[in-house]
Write a protein that binds this ligand. Structure first.
Ligand code: KG4
Ligand code: ZN
Length: 339
């Protein structure tokens, strides 16, 4: 009999459900919440309400698209944290109800471990080479910026972390001051394609070890805009592409510099990336170029698996199922879950 895992992801503002069968992805449905765009950021109260509305139709669609029936599901894997508590509650409660109704086990997944394991999402009939343990993961999202040493599927060590803002936050906050929409990362990515990345210089942090910092860059960006706008009120509009290109390349340089340091310190040359910012085309290209130059082997997941999705949760759930790591009905979400 096949092992069929239903994965549920609801940690932030995407409601997602996926089915993985014997480690192969059959469906991955994501409902993104447009409601936050006009607020310039995720509004937790609205996020949990939207999850509540979306969860049943999204799970229903994932099961239908997978071609298996509800009765063939072996276990429910769900994101326990970290994330927004009200959002997590919806996914966790749904998983409990489903598991109870079908009398199947539940598997808790740490959202960040899900991102780390997103490379392992296998699609049907596609060649797929996995990195060997230990490898390094650059995890860059709206809430996290970390370098992780991955020693096993669930044996991970954070060796570098941001001391203030996450890389995605730097994208989003700078986009906001330029009057661009939310989330700002993809918009900056688009403008950056046509801009000159050497036109403006912004402060790069000088943080010891493998840790990151983005708050100085954000302030330096803000001051540049303020000073220039005093001379020319149309400065942003007239320079939007160059501003985006210069900002994006500064963020990428910060990330790649630390990654180089991590490779040097650990001697590990196999690298994966995950998290929403890993969808950035500049980062993907620079990583591929750097890998070529230094003889690294990089594993870059498709964009749909780098932003929040349930495929990575179902995939991670499959590995836990094989190890017999189940959870009990008294489980509660944990907004600050660690691993
Ligand atoms: O992993 P994710 O979907 O949610 C969190 O767990 O945070 O990441 C969302 C973040 C946002 O900050 C968004 O602006 C950023 O990922 N992002 C991007 C791109 N696509 C999404 N940042 C830069 N370039 C992109 N193409
Ligand atoms: Zn995420």
């Amino acid at each position: 009999m096949k092992i069929n895992i239903l994965g549920i992801e609801s940690s932030c503002d995407d409601t997602s459900a996926a089915i993985v069968s014997d480690g192969v992805l059959l469906s991955n449905v994501i409902a993104s919440q447009a409601v936050h765009a006009s607020y310039g950021g995720v509004v937790p109260e609205l996020a949990s309400r939207a999850h509540q509305q979306n969860i049943i139709p999204v799970v229903d669609a994932a099961i239908k698209q997978s071609g298996i029936s509800k009765d063939e599901i072996s276990a429910v894997a769900f994101t326990r944290g970290p994330g927004l508590l009200g959002s997590l509650l919806v996914g966790v409660s749904f998983a409990k109800g489903f598991a109870l109704a079908k009398n199947i086990p539940m598997i808790e997944i740490n959202h960040l471990q899900g991102h780390v394991l997103s490379w392992f999402v296998k699609e049907k009939d596609k060649e797929h080479k996995n990195p060997d343990f230990p490898f390094l993961t650059l995890l860059v999202s709206g809430g996290h910026t970390q370098i992780i040493k991955v020693k096993g599927y669930f044996d991970m060590e954070i060796i570098g972390s941001t001391i203030d803002d996450a890389a995605g936050e730097a994208f989003d906050k700078c986009a906001k001051v330029m009057g661009l929409g939310y989330p700002g990362g993809p918009i900056i990515d688009k403008y950056a394609h046509e801009g000159d990345d050497k036109k403006f210089k912004f402060a790069k942090p000088n943080i010891k070890g493998l840790d990151f910092s983005f708050s100085g860059l954000k302030t330096s960006f803000l001051y540049t805009l303020r000073d220039e706008m005093e001379q020319n009120p149309n400065f942003i509009d007239e320079n939007i592409k160059d501003l985006c290109a210069s900002l994006q390349s500064t963020i990428i340089n910060i990330l790649i510099d630390k990654l180089k340091k991590a490779v040097k310190e650990t001697g590990i040359r196999q690298i994966t990336i995950g998290g929403g910012v890993a969808a950035n085309s500049g980062l993907r290209d620079t990583l591929a170029e750097t890998a070529k130059k230094y003889g690294w082997e990089v594993f870059i997941p498709e964009r749909k698996y780098t932003t929040d999705n349930a495929a990575m949760i179902a995939g991670a759930g499959y590995f836990k199922f094989l190890e017999g790591k189940f959870t009990t009905m008294d489980i509660a979400p944990d907004a600050r879950l660690k691993f």
